[in-house]
Structure formats: C-alpha cells, structure tokens
Design a protein around this ligand. Structure first.
Ligand code: SAH
Ligand code: SF4
Ligand code: F3S
Length: 477
C-alpha cells in the first residue's frame, strides 16, 4: 500500500516538472520575441556536439527547446545563441572546447547581444568550472548533465541576469519525460534507454560525470519509439553506457533482451541498433533474440579495451582475454553474418609491449570490422590517474601504431567479404564529396556509396556491392 502511494506521488511530480519546463519554454519565448523585434529578424541558435551518441541525443533535446522558444536553428557559430555540449572522456575533447571558445569570444565582441552557453560532461568537473569562471568570463550560462531537462528554466535565468549563470548538480535520480526534441535526421533516431554508469572502469570518467545508472521505464521507451515511427523514423538506436544491464533498477525488473523483444513488435519500425554492450553482461538470451530478430541489425559494438588479462583486471573490466574470445566465438557461431566492432585503449598504466601483443592477438582472432583505437588519457579523479606506472609517450606511440596497422589490415579484409552481394541499405544522405552519389548504411553498419536520387533518403533499398575501397563500398541500386 505504502509503496503504491509512493509511485503515484513520483508520477505526479514528473508530470509537474514537464509542465513547469513547458511554461518556462513559453517564458523564454517572450525573451526571444523581444530580441526578434530588436534585431528585425528571427534570432538564430547553434548547438555544437562534442561527444558520443548520448551527447548528440542531448543536443537534440536542447535544439527542441530552442526551436520551441522561437530560435531558428543553424549550423554556424555566428548565431545569436551558441551552446557547446561538451565531452570529457579524453583530454583532447576538452582541449577542442577551450580552443574554440577563444574564437567564440571574438565573434561576441562584434555582436554584443550574442549569448554563449556550455553544458555536458566536461561541466561536471569542478576544475573546469573554476577555469571558465576565471579565464572565460564572457560565457553566459553553464549547466551539467543532470539538470539538462531544466534548460528552458536556465535560459530564462540567463536572459534575466547580467552575470554568468552556473547550475551544476552532483547527481540525480530524476528522469523527465515528454519535453520537445528536434531530430537531426528525419528517418533515424537515438533513444535513451538508460542514463549513467555503475561500472567504474578504472580509466573512465563517465561514471563521475554522468552519475549512477538508471533505466527508463519500458512503457516510456516504447511510447517514444511508436511516436517516432509515426513521424517517419525507420531506424532506432537504443542508447546506454552499458545496455546489457538495462532494467536492473526498475520496480519490475526487465532484461535488455526482453526490452528488445518489445521494441521488435512495433509496427513500421524497420531497424534496431544499440550501443554500447559491455562484454561482462552480454547474455545468451540477447544472442538468441538477435539471432531470431528480423529487425535488429547485424552489428555488435563490443569494446575490448585490452587483450591482456592483467591489464583488463587493472582496468576493472571484469572479464579475461579468454572469456572475451569465447564470447565472440559464440556470437559468430550463432549469427555468422554479424559484424563486430570495438574500442581499444593503448598506453594504460603498466602496459608493456607484451600486453599490446595480447591485444593484437585478439584483434587477429576476432577479426573486427572496425576498431576505434585510443591513446590512454589520464582523467583526474579516476583510479588509473593515480597509478604510478604511467607509460612514456614514445612507448605508447609505438604500441598504438602497431595496433592501428593490424586493425586496418583486418578491417579491410573483413569489410571486403561482402563484395558481389546485394544487400539492403538505408539511404542516409547525399555524399559529402560528390553530390551525384548517395550514402547508405548496411545492416552490419558498413557504408556504401551509389548513384541515385536524393528522394531516396530515408528509404531502405537493395544495393549491389560492386567494389570495396578499404572500409566502404561503391555499389549500384
Ligand atoms: N560505455 C562504453 C564506452 C564509453 S566511452 C563502454 O563501456 O564500452 C567510449 C570509449 O572511450 C571507451 O570504450 C574507451 O575505449 C574510451 N575511453 C574511455 N576513457 C578513456 C581514457 N581515459 N583514455 C582513453 N580512452 C578512453
Ligand atoms: Fe566508462 Fe566503463 Fe562505464 Fe563504459 S562501462 S562508460 S568505459 S566506466
Ligand atoms: Fe563524452 Fe560524456 Fe559521452 S564524457 S563520451 S559525452 S558520456
């Protein structure tokens, strides 16, 4: 009895928060309208994404609110309002933000009414806030990852204050549904199924800046996807830092495989992708669901990080080299046409050339279709940053080059295997370099370029894979 009452008040609270934020969007709209009258044109805004797919999805939420408030979305930082949605997973992501902020400042000097906002993972680090306060005083608004749903409210505060508005929360258990979202693509969309991460891999800052793991209610997820399909979406990507642990904190627990079964039932939806899978939690049930599914794409991104059991242990990944190999073998046996991609870190503290050899051994055995190879980046506050045996840069570079070479050779070989087949591709865009060509994506995530009319964008068409050019194809409809 008591528990039921608890649920009800929670629901009411959520409804109220959504309504409250919608009221703030209207209020922000009055400020935008005023600016419009001053400028004699519709004010413009630009949302720049620095991070992963989840960061990109957050940007769509920001864009949705800005558009509702009356801004015209453009992809030009000369806009009247510019917001950087930052990432801090590796130091080079941070450096890019600082570098570009200088440029924004010079634009603002020519355009005093210009507003600049910063949000996202980097803003969850106290040292970053200190630095911006001290050296980037021209920034108007800063908020973090936990209170992004309050963006409309913060916009209003920004308009009504002459000082820098800063609002950062340490963590939250709140999930606010049903705020406006402006999608980048009409035919495909990311969907958050969970937020945060509980894994604390020893090199990784994500759990500190995204908070504890919490899953969205399956009903809300299904409802959102149904609405997207009504709106023309044919492909969804279910997003979470570790989708394989989906549902563990729900009142009625549900596995990720069960959620996929429900998503599969949605009529009109053609393709399902997901990101990211942690090897330690990938269940047989998931392999089975993937195998039986007509909609789940033939692609699995399964971050390895290292092939050395000793390093994996220091990374707190909670699997061994042998367990990882056994898992990928099982997946390949059950779903032979699947492509497997991965993430690899080179230069983790204590890594020696023989550990890199182990990583290379796994790459050769698994035969990845693609692997994102990263140089280890020391993140303040993570256990790995305090480890004494940091690897000298020259040694890291040597290992990185060795890994990259093997990754490229195996990927080329793997991707080439489809030559001569005719497979379905979702047409995504006009080719960036040659506007006579379209660019499509196969179920296994491989890219194919082919001649065709742009009216085909958003459709799934059969494409003959004529010629493999390393990591992508040239084909014909
Ligand atoms: N949740 C996902 C990964 C999110 S971060 C997972 O567990 O697989 C994306 C990738 O960035 C990671 O897979 C890892 O390879 C890389 N990465 C994370 N922290 C890093 C660091 N400190 N230095 C270098 N690469 C890192
Ligand atoms: Fe980072 Fe590990 Fe969580 Fe992935 S699973 S976000 S690598 S802590
Ligand atoms: Fe970067 Fe945050 Fe994603 S740190 S990788 S944007 S979760």
């Amino acid at each position: 009895m008591e528990q039921k009452d608890q649920i009800r008040t929670n629901e009411i609270k959520d409804i109220t928060e959504t309504q409250k934020q919608i009221a703030y969007i209207e209020k922000a709209g009055i400020h935008v309208q005023r600016l419009k009258e001053e400028l004699g044109r519709t004010p413009t805004c630009c949302v720049t994404t620095f991070g992963c797919q989840m960061n990109a999805r957050d940007s769509e939420k920001l864009a949705g609110i800005l558009e509702k408030a009356g801004y015209l979305l453009i992809e030009d930082e000369g806009a009247d309002f510019v917001i950087y949605n930052t990432c801090t997973v590796r130091d080079n992501a941070n450096q890019r933000v600082y570098g570009r902020l200088g440029h924004l400042n010079s634009l603002k000097k020519q355009m005093p009414h210009k507003k600049i906002a910063l949000c996202g993972c980097m803003m969850q680090e106290p040292s970053v806030i200190e630095k911006i306060r001290k050296s980037y005083g021209f920034v108007d608004l800063i908020f973090g990852t936990h209170n992004i749903y309050k963006f409309a409210e913060l916009l209003v505060q920004m308009f009504e204050s002459d000082d820098m508005v800063i609002d950062i929360w340490k963590d939250t258990d709140k999930i606010v549904e049903d705020l406006p979202i402006e999608r980048k693509y009409s035919f495909k969309s990311g969907i958050n199924i969970m937020f945060g991460c509980n894994n604390f891999c020893s090199y990784c800052i994500v759990p500190y800046v995204r908070g504890r793991e919490r899953s969205r209610n399956p009903k809300d997820i299904i409802r959102e996807i149904e609405a997207l399909v009504q709106d023309g979406v044919v492909e969804v990507m279910l997003l979470g830092q570790n989708v394989n642990s989906y549902g563990k904190n729900l009142e009625e627990t549900m596995s990720f495989a069960q959620l996929l079964r429900e998503v599969e039932k949605i009529k009109g939806l053609k393709r399902i992708r997901f990101m990211t899978s942690h090897p330690k939690d990938l269940s047989d049930e998931l392999i089975q669901v993937m195998k039986e599914s007509k909609k789940i794409c033939r692609h699995l991104h399964l971050p390895l990080q290292s092939g050395s059991t000793r390093i994996l242990q220091a990374m707190n990944r909670r699997y061994t080299k042998e367990q990882y190999l056994a898992l990928t073998e099982k997946i390949r046996k059950e779903i032979p046409d699947i492509s497997i991609t991965t993430d690899i870190i080179v230069g983790f503290p204590g890594e020696e050339p023989c550990d890199v050899d182990e990583t290379i051994d796994v790459i050769k055995k698994v035969k990845y279709d693609n692997a994102f190879t990263f140089i280890y980046s020391k993140r303040t506050g993570t256990p790995a940053a305090a480890m004494e045996n940091q690897v000298p840069e020259a040694v890291v570079k040597e290992g990185f080059d060795r890994v990259l070479k093997v990754v490229q050779d195996t990927a080329r070989e793997q991707v080439n295997k489809l030559s001569g087949q005719t497979l379905e591709a979702l047409v995504e865009e006009v080719n960036e370099h040659d506007d006579r060509l379209l660019t499509g994506r196969l179920s296994n995530n491989t890219i194919v370029h082919f001649a065709g009319d742009k009216s085909l964008i958003g459709q799934i068409v059969p494409v003959y894979l004529k010629e493999c050019r390393g990591f992508y194809y040239f084909g014909e409809i």
